[in-house]
Design a protein around this ligand. Structure first.
Ligand SMILES: [Zn+2]
Ligand SMILES: [Zn+2]
Ligand SMILES: [Zn+2]
Length: 255
């Protein structure tokens, strides 16, 4: 299977509107970060999207993504779900309802904010047609086991996900011991690294590096980065097997 990083940026994206800093003015395309999301293309042709960022339309065009078979939501924050309306395109193309997965709280929030998109299909594809499904335990999807990984995002508990030996953990300030148990033997880990300094609801650079070294995936890629982290300077100070993610990065993993 192959994971594509659709967006590696934090809630503001990079460049930040109105910012004159070195990263925001950089000509290096790896410093252009849309809001945080990835998708996994399974070998059986199914595509699993993680979150629907406000940049989903632009990301789908950039990556020629024309079908989404399921969405895994990490949490309800605007930078992770406000692109939900752009799922309409995939419903329209494939004339299919798309199942969306999240914990109880996320699904409640999505139902409150986007109820119009959660109706049963009626041959009317001018709105997204989504089927909300609450998950708390590992579940089967397209022949794969998806394991939800509860992590703390400030005081709120959100979900990371593991599929085979790949795990995706964004917006995290603490990984509980039980969840660390679920992250053993990984080939690839995508991990939140917001900025240089720590933050109350996210790992900063030191915490992300420490956690990556504790989890010991064969390769760790940082995501959800602000303009505080210039691509080349960040990459130059990362230890072995830890890499700065970027928009368009593709990672292949054995299924
Ligand atoms: Zn976020
Ligand atoms: Zn900036
Ligand atoms: Zn968040």
């Amino acid at each position: 299977m192959q994971l594509t990083v659709l967006g590696s940026g934090s809630s503001a994206g990079t460049p930040v509107v109105g910012c004159q800093c070195e990263t925001c003015q950089s000509k290096n395309l790896r410093n252009v970060r849309t809001r945080c999301s990835s998708y996994i293309a399974l070998n059986n042709g199914k595509n699993i999207l993680i979150d629907t960022s406000p940049d989903l339309r632009e990301q789908a065009l950039r990556e020629s993504l024309t079908s989404v078979d399921a969405v895994l939501f990490t949490h309800h924050h605007a930078d992770h779900c406000h692109g939900i309306d752009d799922l309409r395109a995939f419903c329209q193309i494939n004339k299919k309802q798309i199942p969306i997965y999240g914990n109880q709280f996320v699904i409640e929030q999505l139902l409150q904010k986007f109820k119009y998109a959660m109706l049963e299909p009626k041959d009317f594809w001018e709105i997204p047609v989504l089927k909300p499904i609450v998950i708390e335990q590992p579940f089967e999807l397209f022949g794969h086991t998806i394991t939800p990984i509860p992590v703390m995002h400030g005081r709120g508990e959100i979900l990371g996900y593991r599929i085979g030996n790949l795990a995706y953990i964004t917006d995290v300030s603490e990984i509980p011991l039980n969840s660390l148990e679920l992250l053993k033997g990984l080939d690839v880990l995508l991990l939140d690294c917001l900025r240089l300094k720590p933050h109350i609801t996210h790992f900063g650079f030191d915490q992300s590096v420490n956690m990556a070294q504790q989890i010991m995936a064969k390769e760790t890629y940082f995501i959800h980065m602000t303009h505080d982290l210039e691509y080349d300077s960040l990459q130059n100070k990362l230890p072995e097997n830890i890499y700065a993610g970027y928009d368009g990065l593709k990672i292949s993993i054995n299924e």
